[in-house]
Design a protein around this ligand. Structure first.
Ligand SMILES: [Fe+2]
Length: 335
C-alpha cells in the first residue's frame, strides 16, 4: 500500500479499533470463567444415549445424519449455547467432563462426528482429505516446507485453521505440557493499531499462502488472501469462531507407551450461522457467503460418496453448496 493510501496515523483508511465480544484480554478470562462449562450428569447421559443409538445403527460415517444421534433437547440446547459463544461471544467454548476414559477411541470418534453433524458440515483437513484428524505425535516436522503441526509434538505458532470452527476433543494428555493456547486476534489488532498502525496496514493486503503441497490436482499450489479483512462490519483474521480466535499449544513430553500417548481428535466445521467472510478470502475458502459450505483443505481423497454426504449435510442445514464450482470450471477449461 502506498503512503498516499494511508491516513496520517499510518493506519489504513477507515480502520479503527474493533469492538466485539471476541476482543478480550487474559484478565477478562480470569475474571469471568463462563467460557468453560462442566457437563452435568444429565447432559452426559443424554450424549451417551445418542452415541449408543448411532452405534446401534451400524452406519458408516458418510451415511450418518444428525438424526442418528438423538441427544435430546436439553443436550442440544447446551450445544447451541456453546456454539453461540463461539460465534457471538468470546469466540471459543470449553466443555469439560465427557467420559472419554470409559469410551473406546472409536466411540469417541463416533460421538465427536455426531456432535459435528448437529452443528454444521464437516470439512476436509489435508492431503488425505481426512475429515477427522488425530492430533498426536506421529514424528512429523513442523518447521519444514510441507510441515503441519498436528502430527508433531512441537509448540505451534499462533494461527487459525481453514474453517469456520475448529473442534478439539481431548482423549488423553501427555506427561506434561501440550496445553492449548488461544489468543484474541481482535485484541492483537487493536494493540497493533495503537502501537504500529503502519504494520497493521500490511495485514489488510493480500499475501501468498502455500497449500503446503496438499492441494488437489485442480487447485493451484498457493493462493492470495489478506490476513485481516472486514465484511459487513465484521472483523475476520486468518492467522475457533476460527476467524477471530488464534490458537497454539506449548510443546510437550509424551508417554512412551503408544496407548497412553497424548491424543486429541480434531474436526473442522462449516457453520450455517457463520457470517460472510472477506471477499479477499474467496480463493482460500472457495465460498465466502454466509450460510454456504466453505473452507477446509480439499486434498486428494474426495470421493463421490463424500460429495454426496456433504451435499446431504448442506441440505440438512439449509446451506448453499458451491464448494466444487472451481473444479468444474477448471475441468471445463481443460476438456
Ligand atoms: Fe490449528
Amino acid at each position: 500500500m502506498g503512503a498516499s493510501a494511508m491516513s496520517a496515523s499510518g493506519a489504513p483508511p477507515g480502520v479503527g479499533p474493533v469492538v466485539q465480544p471476541g476482543g478480550w484480554t487474559p484478565e477478562d478470562l480470569r475474571r469471568d470463567t463462563g467460557w468453560a462449562h462442566r457437563l452435568d450428569a444429565a447432559e452426559i447421559a443424554a450424549f451417551e444415549r445418542g452415541l449408543v443409538h448411532a452405534r446401534a445403527s451400524g452406519k458408516g460415517f458418510w451415511d450418518l445424519a444428525p438424526g442418528d444421534f438423538p441427544f435430546g433437547e436439553a443436550a442440544l440446547e447446551r450445544l447451541a449455547r456453546a456454539l453461540a459463544e463461539t460465534q457471538q461471544g468470546r469466540g471459543f467454548q470449553m466443555l469439560r467432563g465427557l467420559p472419554v476414559d470409559r469410551w473406546s477411541v472409536e466411540d469417541a470418534r463416533l460421538f465427536f462426528w455426531g456432535l459435528g453433524l448437529h452443528l454444521g458440515v464437516p470439512r476436509p483437513q489435508g492431503r488425505a482429505s481426512q475429515y477427522m484428524s488425530d492430533v498426536r505425535d506421529a514424528g512429523g516436522t513442523y518447521r519444514s516446507v510441507q510441515g503441519r503441526g498436528y502430527n508433531t509434538k512441537s509448540a505451534f505458532d499462533f494461527h487459525a485453521d481453514g474453517s469456520d470452527l475448529v473442534g478439539l476433543m481431548c482423549l488423553r494428555t501427555g506427561v506434561s505440557g501440550g496445553e492449548s493456547l488461544i489468543a484474541s486476534s481482535i485484541t492483537a489488532h487493536n494493540t497493533m493499531l495503537a502501537e504500529r498502525p503502519d504494520l497493521l496496514a500490511r495485514l489488510y493486503e493480500p499475501v501468498p499462502f502455500s497449500r503446503q503441497g496438499e492441494h488437489a490436482p485442480e487447485e493451484p499450489a498457493w493462493y492470495m488472501a489478506a490476513i485481516i479483512g472486514v465484511r459487513d462490519g465484521r472483523f475476520a483474521c486468518r492467522h475457533i469462531r476460527n476467524h477471530v480466535m488464534l490458537h497454539s499449544r506449548t510443546d510437550y513430553v509424551d508417554h512412551d507407551a503408544p496407548e497412553r500417548k497424548r491424543h486429541l481428535l480434531r474436526l473442522w466445521l462449516s457453520l450455517p450461522g457463520a457470517p460472510a467472510l472477506p471477499e479477499s478470502w474467496r480463493l482460500a475458502y472457495k465460498d465466502v457467503e454466509a450460510c454456504a459450505v466453505r473452507g477446509g483443505f480439499r486434498g486428494l481423497g474426495i470421493t463421490p460418496q463424500i460429495e454426496s454426504f456433504e451435499a446431504r449435510m448442506a441440505a440438512h442445514h439449509a446451506m448453499a453448496f458451491r464448494i466444487y464450482a472451481d473444479r468444474a470450471h477448471t475441468q471445463g477449461v481443460r476438456a
